[in-house]
Design a protein. Structure first.
Length: 454
C-alpha cells in the first residue's frame, strides 16, 4: 500500500493504493506479491497487455537513436513512419496525423483545428460546438466543456465555454416501446437537427461524439443508422463531425476504428489510449485532407503546439504497438475473444436480477446494474455500488472499470471491461468468475447494511 505520508497528490486522498511492482501480459503484481488480472486495460489503454517485448525493444532503440527533438526544429523518421501507418489504415480521405500526448490534448487540438478551419475558409461566424450528455472527452477545460459528464463538469462549470448538449444514444433506457432501433436513431438525429436550427446552422463548428461511449455510460453502442444520419445532417449544414475514439478506437471494438462499423467517415478522428497501448503517453488527431488543405492554402500553419508533440519515443512505442496488432492478426482476436466474453457475461449475468443490460462490441463490454430489473430502477447513488464492486474486484485480483452516474451523472452504476487483445480463454473465464464474485459480495454488503435500499 502507498506510504502513509506519500507526497504524490493521488486521485483520492483517503484511499490507499497498492504499489505496482511488475507487469507482464494481462497481469499486474504489487509489492505484496498480489496479482491482478487487468480486465480493463487500466482505462481501456493496455491493448497489448504489459511488457510486450517488441514494443520495449522499439522504445529502447529509439531512445538510443533520438530521445527528443523539438518539432519546431526537426521531424523524426519515427513520427513520419507512424503517420504513414495511421493514414494508410484510416478512413478514406484522411491525409494527416497530428500527434499529442493523450486523449484530452487530442480533443483540444481537434476543437481548435475545427475552429481554425472555418476561420481559414471565411466562416468566422461559426463558434458553437454541439456534443452529447453522458459523454466524456477529457479533463482539460475545452474537452471538459464538450463532455457531458455532469459529475466531472459541475464545479468547473463557470470556467467552461458554452456547449449545447443533446441526448446520448442509450438504447437500453431511451428507446421507446414500439420504436425500432432505426426509428430511435432517427429521433435522435431529429433532436440534433432541432438543436442546429435553434443555434443557426451557419454558427455551428462541429458535432462531437464518442462512436461507442466509454467511461461515462459503459460501452453504449450506436443504433443502426444513427451515426450515418448524424453524418448526413452535418454534411448538409457544412458542420464538421468530430468522432472521439480515444477509448473505443484503435482496434478495441474489433475494427481499427469503431466508425468503420457505422460506415461513417468523420472530418476529425481522435485517438489515444490504445494507440500507444500505455507504453508511452500519445494521442493523435487524424484529419481529412480538406481541413489540412485549407490550412495550407490559408495561413500555412495550424496555430497550436506543445513541447512534447510528436515525441519520438512515444511515436516508436505506438508504431510498434500498431505493427504487432497487424502482424499478429489481433483485430480478429478482438472479434473472437469479444464474442466469447459476451457469451460468458450472458451466461453469468443474463438472468441476474441486478443486471439490467449487457452491451458493447469486441473487447469493449459493459454491464449496467439495477435495483429492479423490471422497472430498470437504479440503486441509490449514496450506496456507491460501483465503488464497492471495484474494491471487491481488486480484493479478488481483478481490475475492472466501474463507474456511477451512468444515467444522468447521478444515478446508475455500470462496470466496463476492456481486457488486452491478447487475453486467453482461461483468463476470460477467470475475469467473469471473479467479476461475478465481486458483484455478489457487493450486493451482499448492501443487503446487510441497508435492506430497504432496494
Ligand atoms: N475521450 C475519451 C472518450 C476518453 O475515454 C478519455 C479518457 O478516458 C479522454 C477523451 C481523455 O483522455 P486522456 O485521459 O488521455 O486525457
Amino acid at each position: 500500500m502507498t506510504a502513509p505520508r506519500s507526497h504524490v497528490l493521488h486521485r483520492q486522498l483517503r484511499h490507499a493504493l497498492p504499489i505496482a511492482a511488475s507487469a507482464r501480459g494481462v497481469t499486474l503484481t504489487d509489492t505484496q506479491g498480489r496479482s491482478y488480472i487487468d480486465a480493463s486495460g487500466g482505462a481501456a489503454v493496455s491493448c497489448l497487455g504489459h511488457g510486450h517485448p517488441d514494443v520495449l525493444a522499439a522504445m529502447h532503440a529509439q531512445i538510443d537513436r533520438v530521445a527528443y527533438a523539438h518539432t519546431s526544429f526537426f521531424t523524426t523518421e519515427v513520427a513520419e513512419e507512424l503517420a504513414d501507418e495511421l493514414v494508410a489504415n484510416a478512413p478514406a480521405g484522411t491525409s494527416h496525423a497530428y500527434f499529442v500526448s493523450g486523449g484530452s490534448e487530442a480533443i483540444e487540438a481537434a476543437l481548435k483545428m475545427a475552429r481554425q478551419y472555418f476561420v481559414e475558409t471565411g466562416q468566422p461566424q461559426r463558434e458553437h460546438f454541439i456534443a452529447r450528455r453522458q459523454s466524456y472527452h477529457g479533463n482539460t477545460l475545452g474537452a471538459l466543456a464538450v463532455g457531458g459528464n455532469e459529475w466531472r463538469r459541475r464545479q468547473f462549470a463557470p470556467l467552461l465555454i458554452p456547449v449545447t448538449h443533446v441526448s446520448p444514444c442509450y438504447e437500453y433506457r431511451d428507446r421507446q416501446a414500439g420504436e425500432t432501433p432505426e426509428q430511435y436513431g432517427q429521433r435522435l438525429v431529429a433532436e440534433l437537427s432541432d438543436a442546429i436550427e435553434r443555434l443557426g446552422p451557419h454558427t455551428v463548428i462541429a458535432f462531437v461524439a464518442e462512436t461507442v461511449v466509454g467511461a461515462t455510460a459503459g460501452a453504449l453502442t450506436p443504433v443502426p443508422g444513427y451515426l450515418r444520419g448524424v453524418r448526413d445532417l452535418c454534411t448538409r449544414h457544412g458542420i464538421l463531425l468530430i468522432l472521439d475514439e480515444v477509448m473505443c478506437g484503435m482496434g478495441r471494438t474489433g475494427t481499427l476504428h469503431a466508425c468503420e462499423q457505422e460506415d461513417v467517415v468523420p472530418d476529425l478522428l481522435v485517438v489515444a489510449k490504445g494507440l500507444g497501448g500505455g507504453y508511452q503517453p500519445i494521442g493523435a488527431v487524424l484529419a481529412q485532407a480538406a481541413i489540412v488543405d485549407a490550412f495550407e492554402r490559408g495561413s500555412g500553419l495550424f496555430q497550436h503546439g506543445h513541447t512534447y508533440i510528436g515525441h519520438p519515443v512515444a511515436c516508436a512505442a505506438a508504431l510498434a504497438v500498431q505493427r504487432v496488432i497487424r502482424r499478429d492478426g489481433l483485430l480478429d482476436a478482438v472479434k473472437r475473444q469479444g464474442q466469447r466474453l459476451h457469451e460468458r457475461l450472458t451466461q453469468a449475468f443474463g438472468d441476474h436480477p441486478q443486471v439490467g443490460d449487457i452491451r458493447g462490441r469486441g473487447l469493449f463490454r459493459g454491464i449496467e446494474l439495477v435495483a429492479d430489473r423490471g422497472k430498470k430502477q437504479p440503486f441509490d447513488p449514496a450506496l456507491k455500488l460501483h465503488a464497492r464492486i471495484k474494491a471487491n474486484a481488486m480484493a479478488r485480483g481483478l481490475m475492472v472499470y466501474p463507474m456511477g452516474g451512468t444515467i444522468d451523472g447521478q444515478r446508475g452504476d455500470h462496470v466496463l471491461l476492456a481486457p488486452p487483445f491478447i487475453v486467453g480463454d482461461a483468463e476470460l473465464d477467470a475475469i467473469v468468475e471473479r467479476l461475478a464474485a465481486a458483484i455478489g459480495a457487493s450486493l451482499a454488503e448492501l443487503a446487510s447494511q441497508a435492506p430497504q435500499a432496494r
